[in-house]
Design a protein around this ligand. Sequence first.
Ligand SMILES: [Zn+2]
Length: 117
Amino acid sequence: MIAMPIYEYRCRACSHVTTVLVQGYNAPTDLSCEECGSGDLKRIISQTNYHSSPADRLSSYDPKARQTEGFYRDSRNIGVHAEHMLNQAGVKPTEEFRNKLEKLRTDPSSVIKDSDD
Ligand SMILES: [Zn+2]
């Protein structure tokens, strides 16, 4: 799984649930029920993989997958590739590496400022 919101819509006409993988952050428009073709759909809030833990993110990370723009916009995905490569090499990330990642993920601008000094 890659970081991609999943939207679900229930058809008001036939109750069929249509699942939509969303590219980027824009909700799809002009949806119609895949069962009966009705355009009267109600969005249901479903879980997205944005709720996954850092460990889940790392274990589900596929370096060969082409990541969506949304993946890179999500600062929590910063460093997942680096972590993955370290794991592959059997290297345990140092405390400093982890701290830096944490900082990058929570406040990217502060790190950019730091490296300018
Ligand atoms: Zn329907």
